[in-house]
Structure formats: structure tokens, C-alpha cells
Ligand binder design. Structure first.
Ligand code: ATP
Length: 439
């Protein structure tokens, strides 16, 4: 399917089924800000839970953190964001639309919106941090920023976490949270927005071991994405050239996905050296050294960072799982999400609205909910239409209660991907689903 076409289809499907709505839509929408609806919030939670489980729960060497969005303003001086977190901005002399000067469409000097030639003057640098004021007085002394990345919360808490959790280097700190960037040219649906969520992990290592840890995290993160079922041919690494490297980085690789609009980054793995801790030590006047308990050696650890955009991964999963297929002469749209990512795990249908079938189905639905398996009850419309609605929602299994259920207590399970139908005992349904989710 052609790229722009697929993006339009994703925007419309996600709105129709309640995954993603434009923010403040009734007022005409907020530019490039999106709200996650009933199914979207479940999908996003599943992504975050699976990431948290892999990064924090299944390891002894990574601790979790939930730092505040508002940080001391000196943080952003130390990190280099006040001075350097800028993009070059140009404005069209005719229509006054603004663009990032480094965009390919702008390079020839022609405005991509109104077509004016030689439309742009010299670019000026624009800081991407959102600014606000803390307390009732709006002056320079009360200026505070919405964090443009979650990582700094992990650096300023490095010693708090290390001592409280009695961790030894190498160890990591992970957190998931909102970040804000006043992007000049946001777009491509939830790919580039002004408010987004990051899942970041900072791994503190002894200098000299950083390159080895970098390779380990690079491999581990790619394997994790593959484990979500993303097609391998749509994933690749991109190494930052000298020109692309951020001021703090010694080495950086992006994990890229082949989006409908081209290969783009959705996670970065960076060797940030000791830049951040060293700068925070300098700006705060507090020692941020680690003392090796075995050798009494003191050093400022190097940091290997894995930084993933939760919204971008969600877009990857939508794009990668979207299918249009012909089934028995009819077209169906399916989100073939891995079952553990699917917002609804099972839908329960009575075949007809009589003979006591709705009551049995409602009981089955209730049982699944009590077993903490998100379930959806639907008795409206033909069975085919009910299947189609669940296919679009990505629901892996549909359970139908029919005449035979009254006789032998079994229900039909229809598999979203293979379309195969099997019968299982209704009172085993929760276990049957749990087994397939690997729980
Ligand atoms: P880009 O080059 O696309 O602007 P970046 O290199 O600035 O991204 P990082 O600072 O490395 O991105 O941020 C890490 C991750 O955070 C990115 O891989 C991406 O998934 C996510 N991210 C960054 N900016 C945005 C945004 N404006 N909207 C949504 N996600 C974002």
C-alpha cells in the first residue's frame, strides 16, 4: 500500500475505533497534539508494561524512577539545552509560514506552502523547550521549563537511586514519562508531536567498558522490538555520522522503521560518556562520583542511554500490523497485533439474542473480566459484522456462544489471523487465553 494512503487509513481507523483522537477536536483541534481513546490507552499501557517488565522487573541491575516534569532550571543549563537545544527556523516572506531550515523541501529556497521563490532570509535559532513560570510572578527568575527529555531526571537522581537501592556500577535507571518539544514542523500523525511520551533507560558503567555495553544494549533493544512481532525487514540501524552526533554523544545508533513516509528513527541508543554527570557535578557543586566498594576507586560513570518514543513505537505497531484482506469475497481490515499488545484480548458473542445464549455469554464475559482479561461483549448485528469490528480493534480471539453451548458447555473460538474455529469448554476459556498470552 502506498505510504500516504496507509497513513490516511490509520488516522481514520484509529479515530473510528477509538484509538486516537485529535486533541480538543471540538475547538478545531490543537496543532499536533493527540488524545488516546479507550483502545489507544490500552495499547499504550501494554507497550509501557512490556517495556517496564523487560527493563525493570526481569532484571536485578535496573531500577525504576518517576521523576517530576518540572525540574530546577539549572538542570537545563547544565544539560546544554538552554544554549543548544535549537533548530534553525526560516519564515516565508509571503505567507509567513515557518519551517525548519534543514528540511529538504526548504533547501531550494522555495516555500513548500505557497510556492514563493527565494522566500526565506537567514535562519534564526529557535529553542525547542516550552517555557512557563513557577509561582505568581512572571519574571526571568521564575522561568521554568517543561522537560524536553526524561533522561535528566535519571542523572540528577543517580546517587539517590544508587545508594537507596544499594546498586553497584554497572547498573541502570529506567523511567517512562511525558516530554515536550516545541517542534517547528511537527506532523505525520503521532510521529512528531509537541507533547509525547518517552521510555528511557540510562545505564551507568565504568569508563573503558562503555563500548562493550553500548554493543550489548544495541543488540538487546533490537531483539526486544523484534520480539513484539515487528517485521524484521522494516527495522534497521542507522549510525550517526560526525555531523549528526549530539554534543554529548561519543557514538549513537538509531533504530529505524520503514514508515509509510520513509525510514525514520523511533529509538536512539547513545554513548553519552560522562558528559551529563560531569556537567551536573559542575553546575550543582555536588560530587556525583561513584566509589567502587572493592577497590575504593573513584570515577564518574559513563552513560549508555536507550531512548524510545512510546508514541512512535505505537505508530510502528499500527503501521506494521495493518492488513487489508479478502475473506469469502468480502474485504476485511485487520490489526494483527501480537496478542499481548492487543487492547481487548477476547470478544464474547451470543450467536442469537434468545434461548438463554445472551445470559451464558454475559457470564463468560464477566468471568474473563474477573480473570483480568480485557473482554468485550457484543450482541449487535450479524456475527460477520461483529468479527469485522474486532478485527479492526486487533482482538485476537472471538468466543461465540451457540446452541451447542447449551448441550455440552463448549464455545467456538475464532482466531483473528488464521480464521480457524475450534471449540473449547467455556469454563476453560480464561486459562486457554492466559496460556496463549504466556501468563
Ligand atoms: P528526531 O531526530 O526525530 O527529532 P531526536 O533525535 O531529537 O528525534 P531523541 O532526542 O533521541 O530524538 O529522542 C528519543 C526518542 O524520543 C526518539 O527516538 C523518538 O522516538 C522520541 N521523540 C523525540 N521527539 C519526538 C516528538 N517530537 N514526537 C514524538 N516522539 C519524539
Amino acid at each position: 500500500m502506498a505510504g500516504p494512503d496507509l497513513m490516511d487509513k490509520l488516522v481514520s481507523l484509529t479515530k473510528r475505533r477509538g484509538f486516537i483522537f485529535q486533541s480538543s477536536e471540538i475547538y478545531g483541534g490543537t496543532g499536533s497534539v493527540w488524545d488516546y481513546g479507550p483502545l489507544g490507552v490500552e495499547l499504550k499501557r501494554n507497550i509501557k508494561d512490556i517495556w517496564w517488565s523487560a527493563m525493570v522487573h526481569q532484571r536485578d541491575d535496573i531500577e525504576g524512577l518517576d521523576a517530576a516534569i518540572l525540574m530546577h532550571p539549572r538542570t537545563w543549563e547544565a544539560s546544554g539545552h538552554v544554549e543548544g537545544f535549537t533548530d534553525p527556523l526560516v519564515e516565508c516572506s509571503s505567507c509567513h509560514r515557518r519551517f525548519r531550515a534543514d528540511l529538504a523541501e526548504v533547501a531550494g529556497g522555495q516555500c513548500p506552502t505557497c510556492g514563493t521563490r527565494n522566500a526565506f532570509g537567514e535562519p534564526r535559532m529557535f529553542n525547542l523547550m516550552f517555557r512557563t513560570f513557577m509561582g505568581p510572578v512572571e519574571d526571568a527568575a521564575s522561568t521554568i521549563y517543561l522537560r524536553p527529555e526524561t533522561a535528566q531526571g535519571e542523572y540528577v537522581n543517580f546517587l539517590n537511586v544508587q545508594t537507596a537501592a544499594r546498586q553497584k556500577v554497572p547498573f541502570g535507571i529506567a523511567q517512562i514519562g511525558k516530554a515536550f518539544r516545541n517542534e517547528i514542523t511537527p506532523g505525520n500523525f503521532i510521529f512528531r508531536t509537541r507533547e509525547f511520551e518517552q521510555a528511557e533507560m540510562q545505564f551507568f558503567v565504568k569508563p573503558g567498558t562503555d563500548e562493550e555495553w553500548f554493543e550489548r544494549w544495541k543488540a538487546e533493544r533490537m531483539a526486544w522490538h523484534e520480539s513484539l512481532g515487528i517485521r524484521k525487514e522494516n527495522l534497521r540501524f542507522h549510525e550517526h555520522t560526525k555531523d549528526e552526533l549530539a554534543h554529548y554523544a561519543k557514538k549513537a545508533f538509531d533504530i529505524e522503521y520503514q514508515f509509510p513516509f520513509g525510514w525514520k528513527e523511533f529509538e536512539g541508543i547513545h554513548n553519552r560518556t560522562d558528559f551529563d554527570l560531569r556537567r551536573h557535578q559542575e553546575y550543582s557543586g555536588k560530587r556525583l562520583e561513584y566509589i567502587d566498594p572493592g577497590t575504593n576507586e573513584r570515577f564518574i560513570p559513563f552513560v549508555i542511554e536507550t531512548s524510545m518514543g512510546v508514541d512512535r513505537l505505537l505508530l510502528v505497531l499500527l503501521a506494521d500490523s495493518y492488513r487489508e484482506e479478502q475473506v469469502e469475497g468480502e474485504e476485511r481490515v485487520v490489526l494483527a497485533l501480537a496478542p499481548r499488545l492487543a487492547p481487548i484480548k477476547a470478544a464474547v458473542f451470543p450467536l442469537v439474542k434468545k434461548d438463554g445464549l445472551p445470559e451464558i455469554a454475559a457470564k463468560l464475559h464477566e468471568g474473563l473480566r474477573r480473570a483480568a482479561l480485557p473482554s468485550f461483549y457484543d450482541e449487535a448485528g450479524s456475527i460477520g459484522r461483529r468479527y469485522r469490528r474486532q478485527d479492526e480493534a486487533g482482538t485476537p480471539w472471538c468466543l461465540t456462544v451457540d446452541g451447542q453451548t447449551n448441550e455440552d458447555g463448549t464455545v467456538t473460538v475464532r482466531d483473528r489471523d488464521s480464521l480457524e474455529q475450534t471449540r473449547i469448554p467455556a469454563d476453560r476459556a480464561a486459562d486457554w487465553i492466559r496460556e496463549r498470552l504466556g501468563r
